[in-house]
Design a protein around this ligand. Structure first.
Ligand SMILES: *Cc1c(COP(=O)(O)O)cnc(C)c1O
Length: 375
């Protein structure tokens, strides 16, 4: 968490609850994916809020994030998507009652050697992401191992979709689904009855056949549309962004025609202008890639960034505001994300100017000081 910035991040837990209900309506039961501090929205706050909506299982990243969640009082099931990595993680699994994703034989062997008491695990299969997970051809060996180690209980079967958010890649999603179904049948034939979960946010909204006992929803919970910019954009239409970010105005001054501004003078005024210096920069997780590209929202009006984003300052052109009867004063808050009116900045808008994706924008801005609203 960044302590040196003046950025204020407000998280609307009501919006996250709304999005959760929406995802549950589309599918069946949703496991909130709250890894990486709930994509910048607050691990424990989001979990607690969604427990109030009936969520009974939560997915974190590393095991120690699960421990943190358990220590906050979470009583639901906790899955660690990244599984145990070091010795401390293996010990913590039983102590904090965390279900790890296991996708490698070596991890399984290490886990089996940590004790004889029963432990629940989620079997993670690689069906096309080519990242973590057992491969289909390893199933016979895996079944043999599980039969000879009955204290290792495969209560879940999982896999992750590589391109469910791109309708042009539906053939890949279909093939991952087919592979997943074959693995599930194989495990059932071998006498195991794991609960299954495959779908991410995009699949919950757009790939009905991928819906299993549970789904793992992340991005859409936070109100970003996984289908933004695709032919299926309408499927995420009713999601509500939950993060609102402001920074203070540090200075307001004229910029005369011909004057350059900020490092490198990459912007030179082509007319007499009025600019505001805003207290936010790349050290506050506001990307330098927004230099001369991004916009901010002052009381409903969009104002463009002029010149380079600096370490803790960014300049915007506020010349157009006078015509709107708006005056910017030192100390005023200006929105980097969200904000009122027609100038509202969506996570998708910001990600596009940033040259990135909504996931990154939310994770990074969420590292600043946060407050929460919930009614
Ligand atoms: C992050 C993650 C998800 C959630 O994906 P979204 O696109 O944010 O819904 C689901 N499953 C796994 C394994 C993940 O790592």
């Amino acid at each position: 968490m960044i302590s040196y910035s003046k950025i204020r991040v407000q998280i609307d837990l009501n919006a996250i609850r709304h999005n959760y209900r929406l995802l549950c309506r589309a599918g069946t039961q949703v496991i909130p994916v709250i890894k990486s501090d709930a994509y910048g929205h607050g691990l424990c706050q989001v979990a607690q809020s969604l427990a109030g909506e009936g969520a009974d299982t939560f997915a974190v990243g590393y095991v120690h994030e699960g421990v943190q969640l358990r220590e906050s009082g979470c009583q639901g099931r906790i899955i660690s998507l990244l599984g145990p990595v070091d010795a401390g993680d293996y010990g913590a699994l039983r102590e904090a009652d965390i279900i790890p994703f296991i996708g490698h034989a070596a991890t399984l062997e290490t886990l089996a050697a940590t004790g004889d008491s029963p432990i629940d695990i989620a079997l993670k299969f690689d069906t096309g992401m080519s990242r973590l997970g057992f491969r289909e051809e390893q199933l016979p060996d895996l079944v043999e191992f599980l039969r000879s180690h009955p204290h290792i209980r495969p209560v879940m079967l999982s896999s992750h979709l590589a391109a469910a958010d791109d309708p042009r890649s539906n053939a890949l999603t279909d093939s991952q689904y087919e592979t997943f179904s074959r693995i599930l049948s194989g495990l059932r034939e071998a006498g195991f009855s794991p609960e299954s979960n495959l779908a991410n946010s995009a699949a919950i909204l757009g790939h009905e056949k991928c819906l299993c006992d549970y789904q793992r929803g992340g991005l859409a919970l936070y109100g970003a549309n996984p289908f933004c910019g695709t032919a299926w954009e309408h499927l995420g239409r009713d999601l509500q962004p939950a993060m609102d970010v402001t920074a203070p105005v540090l200075s307001v001054h004229p910029l005369e025609k011909g004057q350059g501004i900020s490092y490198g003078h990459t912007f030179v005024a082509d007319r007499d202008m009025l600019v505001a210096v805003v207290g936010v920069g790349y050290a506050d997780c506001y990307s330098r890639g927004l230099s001369n590209e991004g916009w901010m929202n002052f009381k409903g009006c969009r104002v463009p960034i002029v010149g380079r984003v600096c370490m803790q300052m960014t300049c915007v052109d506020i010349s157009g505001l006078e015509a709107q009867d708006l005056t910017v004063r030192v100390g005023d808050a200006i929105h980097l994300l969200g904000g009122p009116g027609a100038g509202r900045i969506s996570p998708e808008d910001l990600a596009e100017w940033w040259g990135s994706i909504t996931y990154e924008v939310l994770c990074l801005l969420g590292m600043n000081q946060r407050s929460f609203i919930e009614s």
